[in-house]
Design a protein around this ligand. Structure first.
Ligand SMILES: Cc1ncc(COP(=O)(O)O)c(C=O)c1O
Length: 303
């Protein structure tokens, strides 16, 4: 990771190398850290952050679920992200707000610890690489997606990502690029850090929120594209074999973008190209780069 100039920490900008915390930070020991992943893009009007408001709202909802009082409003955190992009001039960055229970008291009860909030950014290419040609080789994980009866999946909490990291490591060591996790009911949930869509006979579908997924903002963007482009769409559960026999499969997420899946567990996906994935991936790319007027409402300019 290439260092940027500044990181926002508890309301102030500090130098990248000074953004440090104590080894006894409560959140490091007990997983009490909630975070977001946001991207800023180069547009014809300069840098702009994609769906910033929605990401910060999800951040505050994650905090609410874990009873963390961040002490900042949506407006203040939106401004902090925009200011951060401005003080770290870069072409395009990934923005990582994080809030965690800090140094002070140890022991499980998080409510005795002060909450710290930080926002960092760095240059980060597409998480699964350029998938437009080759596509992602994915595998079903032996790890089951965490269940909201044990951990709230709608909270983007660091602890959830131990489950994701196990699935990711397993996929990589088996020679695949990415994992797909089933939920406790045995149906498709999502990737370790992405939602999943499939196309069959011209119909686009994705697992519903009740399947125990993070309700991705890119997923919502794709759903709105489908509505606007009149692509038949519904939310439904899918089994493993329904994914194997889909015409098209793709992941969606802030880190990965819209990433075509070309193979799952040694089965090539589809026969006749990926027209719907290609259309959505193109529209997403144009939208985040400020080239589609009807979606310019999703971009927060960095003045
Ligand atoms: C588990 C999980 N699912 C889905 C997503 C996609 O969400 P978004 O499109 O908001 O980045 C992410 C990324 O934040 C994630 O971590």
């Amino acid at each position: 990771m290439k260092a940027q100039s500044k990181i926002w920490m508890d309301g102030k900008f500090v130098d990248w190398d000074d953004a440090k915390i104590h080894v006894l930070t409560h959140g490091l020991h007990y997983g009490m850290a909630i975070f977001e992943g946001i991207r800023s893009f180069k547009t014809p009007d300069g840098a702009a952050v994609f769906r910033l408001q929605e990401h910060i709202e999800r951040f505050l909802n994650s905090a609410k679920i874990y009873r963390m009082d961040l002490g900042y409003s949506v407006k203040e955190l939106v401004k902090a992200c925009v200011d951060l992009v401005r003080v770290n001039p870069s072409k395009e960055v990934y923005i990582r707000p994080i809030a965690f229970t800090g140094y002070g008291e140890m022991g499980l009860n998080p409510l005795t610890s002060k909450v710290s909030v930080a926002i960092a950014s760095w240059e980060w290419g597409a998480y699964l690489g350029d998938t437009t040609k080759k596509g992602v080789r994915a595998t079903f994980s032996s790890w089951v997606r965490i269940d909201s009866r044990s951990m709230p999946v709608q909270a983007k909490c660091a602890a959830n990502y131990a489950n994701s990291a196990l699935a990711k490591m397993e996929a990589l060591s088996a020679g695949y690029d990415e994992a797909i996790l089933l939920n406790t009911q045995g149906v498709v949930a999502e990737g370790p850090g992405e939602n999943i869509f499939r196309v069959r006979d011209g119909v686009l579908s994705t697992p519903p929120a009740s399947s125990g997924i993070l309700r991705g903002i890119t997923r919502d963007t794709v759903i709105q594209f489908a509505r606007d482009e009149k692509i038949p769409f519904y939310r439904n559960d899918a089994t493993k074999e329904e994914l194997y026999t889909s015409d098209e499969v793709f992941f969606s997420g802030t880190a990965a973008g819209v990433a075509k899946v070309s193979e799952i567990d040694g089965r090539k996906i589809g026969y006749d190209g990926t027209p719907i994935t290609d259309k959505i991936a193109k529209l997403y790319d144009q939208t985040v780069h400020g080239k589609v007027k009807r979606y310019s409402k999703w971009l927060t300019r960095v003045p």
